[in-house]
Design a protein around this ligand. Structure first.
Ligand code: ADP
Ligand code: MG
Length: 257
């Protein structure tokens, strides 16, 4: 559904994500895991069109090359994006937020899709009249997802959807709700700090360090790889990078903290 080739994105002319290539397949989840500050959110912002790429291409099945499209055009073309920091209209109610998510659809479809997202997130149904601003972090994240799902995306980019959720709610989100979205044919790109949890539910995984893909492969296989678990069990990125095949560093590259 999505083919990313050699994407370089950053801020103010300074690249943060260097030459990343990845592919998303319909009905499958790929996760991007990596240490704090390594460029996961920057990568998603580049894919969603919030920041202009400095190089590379992004192709969306059915739409062709979308590299220069705006965020709104991408959304209309089937790309759903839920940012890391909450993306809800705080003064509006939960219900209003959901309905606004379907702004581009006929009224009948809005009603159908609203029912669909409430079935996926039954917790939201109990708080329809509540203002989004008083929701917990985890509830807001669910609302942001529900809002994005209203437009029936074919590709869903999720930046740390389990942040603010209890372990139990996070597991449910990844194992049940995401599984349901996958079953409906959506291609999901999941960015997570909870690497083990994400990789347990994902089909494919990309390990990002210093803005580069250091490893990619079947999530189950990577999860079992000792050099991978090392970094998330207290190993430093340096050690991890040393173990990886590509140890080159560009001059002036922004390193992870
Ligand atoms: N708006 C911005 N302007 C400049 N630098 C930024 C901005 N947002 C993030 N960065 C920098 O980009 C790097 C990667 O950040 P980010 O993509 O948020 O990492 P992650 O999501 O993996 O934690 C960090 O060094 C961060 O300070
Ligand atoms: Mg981030």
């Amino acid at each position: 559904m999505l083919t990313v080739r050699d994407l370089t994105v950053g801020y103010n002319g300074v690249p943060i994500v260097h030459g990343v290539s990845l592919e998303l397949v319909a009905g499958a989840t790929a996760c991007v895991v990596g240490p704090n500050g390594c460029g996961k959110s920057t990568l998603l912002k580049g894919l969603a069109g919030l920041i202009k790429p400095m190089g590379g291409t992004v192709e969306l099945t059915g739409r062709g090359d979308i590299t220069t499209m705006s965020t709104a055009e991408r959304a209309a073309g089937g790309m759903g994006y839920v940012p890391q920091i909450d993306d809800v209209f705080k003064p509006l109610t939960v219900e209003e937020n959901i309905v606004i998510g379907g702004y581009a659809l006929p009224r009948k479809r809005v009603a159908i899709n609203k029912e669909r997202v409430l079935e996926l997130f039954p917790r939201l149904r109990t708080m329809l009249k509540r203002h989004a601003g008083v929701l917990s972090g985890g509830e807001r994240k669910m609302l942001a997802m529900a809002r994005v799902l209203m437009l029936e995306p074919t590709v869903l980019l999720l930046d740390e959807p389990t942040a603010g959720l209890t372990e139990e709610m996070a597991t449910r989100l990844l194992d049940e709700q995401l599984a349901e979205l996958k079953a409906s044919g959506i291609a999901v790109l999941l960015v997570e700090q909870r690497a083990n949890l994400a990789m347990a539910s994902a089909d494919w995984a990309y390990v990002l360090a210093s803005g580069r893909v250091r490893r990619s492969g079947s999530a189950a296989e990577l999860r079992a790889d000792p050099s991978f678990s090392h970094i998330f069990l207290g190993g430093t990125e340096e050690t991890f990078t040393d173990n990886a095949a590509d140890t080159t560093q560009n001059e002036g590259e922004v390193r992870c903290s």
